[in-house]
Design a protein around this ligand. Structure first.
Ligand SMILES: [Zn+2]
Ligand SMILES: [Zn+2]
Length: 330
């Protein structure tokens, strides 16, 4: 079968590889759409810690597909990417994102940019037949955002600030709407993103904020200056969530007296849980969210180079949301 394979640093090929062997407790799925993100570029560049990527690896960790086994043949499914060991203390207490053994689809095991993929049955979430594959393709990044938002208890009528204007920031705005905020401001660098932001529920897209303060601030850029901004822009009693992953060694100034005097909550959030997947799939299945407008660029698998180019060279003057590759596996 065909697969987009990263053989090592800066060595990507669309190649014929062996069909996956479906082991016990596994199910065969045909991927339909697979989103790309900055992490895929890091896998290609070879800049991720060797413990987290096993080369050669088939790319694709944000995806949706169809079951091809007999029981539920044809059902649209999404599959949690992190494969928890199921035995360690963290798994036992329901935190697979802290599992002591790292194993993830598209990193340490084959990803979804291929004709078939074998996945653990217990990590599958089935979609309602009316949910589109493009809407479902965004479940993985939505589960990451949803976990951050639900962990933080966003209060109704909050004045919200989203820092960043990339896909994750846009998803933050979209999902924040589920908490009935008073308003959502997005602090970004690219005004070309304003239209997408508006569709995601942002009331004001700004490139600078003055002394304005917010009840809930979520940082989705992963850059030092944006994190510093996030730390200084919450009102008294406010919550700041750090979601964007900065480069290792990034340091920012923090004034602990402000944290105490202003009664602040500062929280990080890493990856997702089974519950955040189930809840996001529930929002899709109940037709409460329709995120596919965030997909601005679609390519077929044969055009994978263009897809990667589009992802790595962010155009400053035109909107860019999620870049996806569609697979002709239906
Ligand atoms: Zn990703
Ligand atoms: Zn574990």
């Amino acid at each position: 079968m065909k697969a987009l394979l990263v053989r090592g640093a800066n060595d990507v090929v669309l190649n014929e590889i062996e069909m996956p062997i479906v082991g016990p407790g596994e199910v065969l799925v045909s991927p339909l759409v697979s989103g790309l993100c900055g992490t895929d570029l890091e896998i290609i560049a070879g800049t991720i810690d060797a413990a987290y990527v096993h080369y050669p690896v088939v790319l694709g960790h944000e995806w949706v597909g169809r079951r091809v086994d007999h029981a539920e043949r044809g059902a649209l499914v999404v599959v949690e990417g992190i494969v928890p060991c199921g035995h360690c203390d963290e798994c036992q207490r329901g935190a697979p994102n802290h599992c002591r053994t790292y194993d993830e689809i598209g990193f340490t095991r084959p990803g979804a940019l291929s004709e078939f993929i074998a996945v653990p049955d217990h990590l599958i979430h089935e979609l309602h037949p009316e949910v589109s594959a493009l809407d479902a393709a965004l479940v993985e990044p939505m589960a990451v955002v949803w976990r951050a938002l639900t962990r933080a208890h966003v209060l109704k009528d909050s004045r919200c600030l989203v820092i960043g204007d990339g896909t994750v920031a846009l998803i933050c705005a979209l999902l924040l709407q589920r908490f009935s905020p008073a308003n959502i401001t997005m602090l970004g660098l690219r005004p070309a993103q304003a239209e997408l932001a508006k569709r995601a529920g942002v009331s004001a897209f700004v490139t600078e904020i003055g002394d304005e303060r917010f009840d809930f601030v979520i940082e989705a850029a992963g850059q030092g200056p944006a994190i510093a901004r996030a730390l200084s822009s919450a009102d008294r009693g406010g919550t700041k969530v750090l979601l964007g992953l900065p480069a290792q060694g990034t340091a920012v100034q923090l004034f602990p007296d402000d944290v105490v005097n202003n009664d602040l909550i500062i929280q990080g959030s890493f990856s997702y849980t089974r519950q955040s997947w189930a809840e996001v799939v529930g929002l899709l299945n109940d037709r409460l969210i329709h995120p596919s407008f965030l997909i601005t660029h679609r390519f077929v698998l044969a055009a994978w180079r263009q897809a990667l180019d589009t992802l790595s060279n962010a155009p400053r003057h035109e909107p860019r949301g999620k870049v996806v590759i569609t697979l002709d596996n239906d």
